[in-house]
Design a protein around this ligand. Sequence first.
Ligand SMILES: [Fe+2]
Length: 335
Amino acid sequence: MWINLPDHKITNDRSVKPPQNSRQQWRRIRAVLEEKSLQRKRLGIRRITVLRVVDNLSRAFAMFLRMVRLYESGYQNAERKVVQYIDLHFSNLPEAFASYKILHLTDLHLDFVAGTGERISRRIKKLHCDLCVLTGDYRKGMKGRFDQILEPMKKIVNALDAKDGILAVLGNHDTFRMADAFEQMGITVLTNETFTISRGNQKISVTGLDDPHFYYTEHASHALAESIDGFKIVIVHTPELYDFAAQNGYQFYLCGHTHGGQICLPGGIPVVTHLYRGKRFYKGLWQYNGMKGYTNQGCGVIGIPVRFNTQSEITLITLHNGDPPQPVKAKEGLL
Ligand SMILES: [Fe+2]
């Protein structure tokens, strides 16, 4: 059921004074939403419902896959972590950031299939990047404990070779309590905040928003509106704020959440996207009003540990200055 919140005003007007966005305030709002199982969205607030029927359907579908002998191939496909290499050109990328490499990991769901953290660590060990970004959904459940994911997260952090560090945002499976634990590992968690990276006197910025699928607040819109001009990237759990980011002059939007559909029909046609808006941006490279976007298929799985017509991906993006010599193509390969 939808409950309208009269004070829940969304604005893109820069003249409106933004609310204070201290970590303490964010934590307080997130805690209430998590505790009461409420999801806040652009149009209001409603109760998060995890239907038992979905669990039962998943179990029945897993049984069906075993009966028709497809389960094992789907499982092997999900376990294979494919490294996706992507080159993107931007006309206003500062020259000092030419060939800047961003490693993008998302939807790890580290406690769903045992050993996921170890497998990811082994893959990323050979990859060198300037910056690593993590776009949420680190655990399986949406409630309760999260300490079980901390050891595999540490393994991933130790395997990373990222000069400018690791930036993270939270997803709809995550709890606000993860932020402190991640920061103790050396991960910078962005909760509707902007991080600036300098090379000499040139800069780019990365704005990280809290999950808009369940935990949208006006702080996310204000973080977008407040950011300074220049080359700016936004990292968000889902593509659902694509239009707000484009309106605020962002050049690049990085996200995940959809798993690319995880179990798709032939041709990669998804049965479900788990998006309320921006459904056409459920997978891969996309563009909106001059802003480029990438929706990563995710490194883990959820529901049933299988993938069909999708892949578990680790993405290494190289930013280039200027126009592309030819149409942008993604290439893929296994380490
Ligand atoms: Fe998610």
